[in-house]
Structures are given as structure tokens and as C-alpha cells.
Design a protein around this ligand. Structure first.
Ligand SMILES: Cc1cc2nc3c(=O)[nH]c(=O)nc-3n(C[C@H](O)[C@H](O)[C@H](O)COP(=O)(O)O)c2cc1C
Length: 170
């Protein structure tokens, strides 16, 4: 499978630890993985101008780092959303990359998805999981798994192994 991972963290710590474990397991299983560091990119929010659904014929009128994400969206068999929890949901950076999918409406090839979340506190995942499940339902994509980890487990060997095994079994 060709797997696209969106890493919504603006820094290289807990979420990236989870992403790295995922990549290692998935590559061990023979999958091709592309990680896109959307947390560090400049991606503006959707303007709702509808250019993409008219004159733009699927192209967004805004030209920014989203240009690097669209090809990976169009070509992936699986999409993985990875994000820290910021105020009970995913980061603004990954939200922008998700909402800018509007120009293509759907991931044409993706059949599976997964969600990796890192947080400070327990029980803070409902917002992110609700959004994730909503998107999957809308796009007809199967959930392969949701892995959440709070501090300090989000940097532990146990978690690394759990995510590695999960990805290797895909
Ligand atoms: C702006 C901001 C908002 C946050 N909001 C929450 C929150 O609502 N709940 C929570 O448990 N942790 C919250 N955190 C903590 C992060 O989710 C946590 O430290 C996470 O592991 C960071 O991941 P990272 O190392 O990949 O950046 C917040 C951190 C920041 C910077």
C-alpha cells in the first residue's frame, strides 16, 4: 500500500515519536510511506469561495504549502492523521490540511485510515475522534485503528512497540 501520514505537530516530539514507530512498522511490512509535516507548513484555512468547484475545476485558488499535500492525497491507499491534542481537538495546522481537501472532496484511492493522537491529559480525544469518524463516514473509508497516548506514555517503549506492531500488521 501507499500510505500518506499527515503529522500535525509543529514540533518534533511526542507525535513524531508515534509517527516514526508507525513508519518503521509499515515499511517493515513492505508498504511505502510518505510523511507530510503539515504542522510545520504554511497552509491557510479554506476560504469557502467555491472557486475549486466552479472555474477552478478541482484546483484551489490559494497557492501555498497545500500544493505539496494534494498529490499525496490523490495517490494514497491509506491516510493516517497524527496530531497532538490542542484544546480538545487536532491542531489548527492539520485541520487546515483536512479542510482544504474540499477542492477534491474525496480521497480517490484511499480505503483505510488511522488516527494517532498525543496529549498531556487523559480523556481528551472525543473531539478529534468525532471529526475523524465523520470524515471516514463521509468518504466511505474504513477505520484501521485509533491509538491515543497521554504523557508520559506518549514517549514510552511500550507505545512504540504497540504502534510498530499495528503498522506492521496492516
Ligand atoms: C496550544 C496547546 C494546547 C494544548 N491543549 C491540550 C489539551 O486540550 N489537552 C491535553 O491533554 N493536552 C493539551 N496540550 C498538550 C499536548 O497535547 C501534548 O503535550 C502533546 O503530547 C504534544 O505533542 P507534540 O510533542 O507532538 O507536540 C496542548 C499543548 C499546546 C501547545
Amino acid at each position: 500500500m501507499k500510505i500518506t501520514v499527515l503529522n500535525g505537530s509543529p514540533r518534533k516530539q511526542n507525535t513524531t515519536f508515534m509517527v516514526d514507530a508507525f513508519v518503521a512498522g509499515a515499511e517493515e511490512a513492505g508498504h511505502t510511506v510518505e510523511v507530510i509535516q503539515v504542522g510545520k507548513m504554511k497552509i491557510a484555512g479554506c476560504m469557502g469561495c467555491e472557486y475549486c468547484h466552479g472555474k477552478g475545476e478541482g484546483q484551489c485558488v490559494q497557492k501555498d504549502d497545500m500544493e505539496k499535500v494534494y498529490p499525496a492525497y490523490k495517490d494514497c491507499d491509506m491516510i493516517v492523521f497524527a496530531s497532538p491534542i490542542y484544546y480538545f481537538t487536532m491542531t489548527a495546522q492539520i485541520q487546515a490540511a483536512i479542510q482544504r481537501m474540499y477542492s477534491i472532496m474525496n480521497l480517490p484511492k484511499a480505503e483505510k485510515a488511522a488516527l494517532l493522537l498525543s496529549s498531556m491529559s487523559p480523556d481528551v480525544y472525543d473531539g478529534a475522534i468525532g471529526e475523524y469518524k465523520g470524515i471516514l463516514g463521509f468518504m466511505g473509508i474504513e477505520d484501521a485503528g485509533i491509538i491515543t497516548a497521554k504523557d508520559p506514555e506518549n514517549g514510552s517503549e511500550e507505545l512504540r512497540q504497540k504502534i510498530y506492531d499495528f503498522a506492521k500488521a496492516l
